[in-house]
Design a protein around this ligand. Sequence first.
Ligand SMILES: [Zn+2]
Length: 361
Amino acid sequence: MNRYLTLAAALVSLVSPLVAQQGDKPTFTVGTAVARRGTMATGQIVVPAGSDSGMSISVAVIHGARPGPVVAFISGQHGTEYTTIIAMQRLIPRIDPAKLAGTVIIIPLVNTPSFVSMTPQRNPTDNKSMLGVWPGDPNGTQSSRAVALLMKEVVEQSNVILDFHGGDLDEDVGVPFTAAVRGGRAKQDSESVRLAVAFGVAHIQIIDRNVESPTVGRRVDGQALLHGAASLLVGIGRVGTVTDADVKLAIDGCLNVLGALKMIDRPATPAYKPIWLDAAAPQISAQGPGAFFATVATNTIVKLGDVLGYTTDFLGNKTGDITSPIEGLVVYVHGVPSMRRGVSLAEVLPVLPGVPEWKPR
Ligand SMILES: [Zn+2]
């Protein structure tokens, strides 16, 4: 076979349901939310106090009038990535349980301590990134206890999982994207790609993970793979601002996915030519503390060695240029001057001619 499948070939193998459908129960329960068939219920996933304080995570469960797949929309593991948090809040009333087949679980905001304290990236209670502590630990600190409950209440009940990110206080995701997360199981991977296309955002990243790796389950997208679910990641948003256009992009994408799963009656996503991007690109990270200023615009093609921005010390003296390690599309730049060692300053991803064969990196 060609190294690159055509989109048409990728779509052909995708029509059958992925795993046993969970959404055919008379009632569907997530935390304290108990939705009877044909109704919507809200509630809390209550994380009890342990070695540190407790917290709770708000959830909406829309249990359709007819059976079908279970789709989970999870946002706000990074609690200041406002665009998709607000979009998921506004998505809830857009889904009519009377007209829905299957079940939709919406968690607009996982990391409430981050949101209320305006702490980017981490949960200030235990200073952990919730993104990296999956599958959690019921005896761990707050982030781990919360994630352990999300595993049981959400991941283990879902057939399709979308994890939303983007536009944290320091992040300019100038190129909104969906990502198909693949684990080397053809049917599951094809479904992730199909739904990423259905979402309808032009740029689609390919993230290939090794399901045999001991670290694959550290993120929710890897746990989705391990549980046989279609796994997608979405990134939309710019340095903490919430625009109507970005919110609409996220809401429409979710509705498009539900349409593609035949859970709601919605016209197929208009055809477009996806721009495939290889997410496995070298990191462009700060080497130490100082300030960074991007000089390249996002959505620009750069060559190896092209200047992306420059750094200064705390007196404003230039300390160096940041250059691209590869040729590719600039999809992200660090959106504020603050810089510490290890911070991602920019992201340049190779543009792929089509959907490549799975190859974990
Ligand atoms: Zn994030």
